[in-house]
Ligand binder design. Structure first.
Ligand code: SF4
Length: 364
């Protein structure tokens, strides 16, 4: 398949692996930020193919996984309001919040609907003009522009019963928070591909400058990731950390200015609440005051109470790169995709789901 098969070519993969083995002389610890990368690394057995001195850690790049219970509980409280229609992407349905899940609320009679885009949510709002319709806005800079566009469209068309619960998060501030914590010593970052298609590669320039570690934006095919690892190894072996792009077919240094302007016109930066990391200043997005009539948190009085974390689940540590799914005593025992205890097992981009699906627990 054009644009796919050439990025999965086994011969090229072997050549890249040989170059990495040749270049790599010392232990390096690399973190892939993005959940899409986590899945590809597990799916193609990249961790097992690389020299053992290259340690690959997963970071907080799965948007479902990093949504804190504090925020999930708000979605559930909204779904329990009589007459309310809550719309969400499918991954969110099964995520266990403090005391329930959206799926459970639906089973109890709540009107929770899976949508595939904000256009679906707008259509539901058009078709139900006398009922409030909330779209649960999760995701990073990748999804925020489309949610912003939906708010503008609702304003334009006078769809007054369409609301957004914004739980969007921004990547560079949480990267900074992780590096500042010093909890995990990293040598290189595999920067997110889709997020960088929007924001570009320039927002990562503080990483090599202030922390002395490499930074390469990667695509999602196995050759993309191997090329990215090769570039990071080359940077660190020559002590020249910098920002580079290994995904030039998708990412420009300046990003997508149209999408950035769209996002900025509807959202403003606020603090973000991250599972396992806590509140990170300037890492969230909320609707600007001129769009408050579409802001679910402004319009509906919800007070879900104190959040409770799932007992025994170490998703928080996994998202910080401190632990792996294999370190969780519940992995493949009490916790499985059929019966998930934490979000990292629910989301298709979660580390635990990827490790379960592709057998990383037994060597890949
Ligand atoms: S295996 Fe399940 S309980 Fe353990 S960290 Fe992953 S999601 Fe949480």
């Amino acid at each position: 398949m054009k644009y796919i098969s050439e990025y999965r070519d086994p011969g090229l993969a072997e050549r890249l692996l040989a170059r990495i083995r040749e270049r790599s002389t010392r232990p390096l610890r690399l973190m892939e930020f993005c959940g899409g990368h986590t899945v590809s690394i597990a799916r193609y057995g990249i961790r097992q193919l690389l020299p053992s001195r290259l340690e690959m850690l997963s970071g907080p790049g799965c948007p479902v996984c990093v949504t804190a219970n504090k925020d999930l509980d708000k979605a559930i409280a909204l779904a329990r309001i009589p007459g309310m229609i809550v719309t969400t992407f499918g991954d969110m349905m099964k995520v266990p919040a403090s005391h329930s899940s959206l799926q459970q609320v639906k089973a109890e009679g709540g009107d929770v609907r899976i949508v595939y885009s904000t256009q679906d949510a707008l259509e539901i709002a058009r078709g139900n003009p006398n009922r409030p319709v909330v779209f649960i806005g999760i995701g990073f800079e990748t999804t925020a522009p489309t949610v912003a566009a939906s708010v503008l469209q609702a304003r334009r068309e006078g769809i007054g019963n369409y609301y957004v619960l914004s739980q969007h998060k921004l990547c560079p501030p949480v990267i900074k928070a992780l590096l500042d914590s010093g909890e995990v010593k990293l040598d290189g970052l595999i920067c997110p591909g889709h997020v960088s298609a929007i924001i570009g590669s320039r927002p990562y320039e503080f990483v090599p400058r202030d922390y002395g570690i490499g930074c390469v934006v990667s695509g999602f095919e196995p050759l993309d990731i191997l090329l990215c690892v090769d570039m990071l190894v080359a940077q660190m072996e020559t002590s020249q950390p910098r920002v580079e792009i290994a995904y030039k077919r998708g990412v420009k240094p300046e990003g997508n200015q149209v999408a950035i302007r769209l996002m900025d016109s509807v959202f403003e930066v606020t603090d973000g609440h991250w599972r396992g990391i806590g509140t990170v200043p300037g890492s969230g997005l909320k609707l600007r005051s001129e769009y408050s009539m579409h802001d679910a948190e402004e319009v509906f009085a919800i007070s879900p109470g104190e959040p409770v974390e799932p007992r025994g689940c170490v998703c928080g540590e996994i998202l910080r790169g401190v632990k792996t799914p294999r370190d969780c005593p519940l992995f493949r025992r009490e916790c499985s995709p059929e019966n998930p205890v934490g979000p990292c097992m629910v989301s298709s981009e979660g580390s635990c789901a990827a490790a379960y699906m592709y057998g990383e627990h037994d060597g890949g």
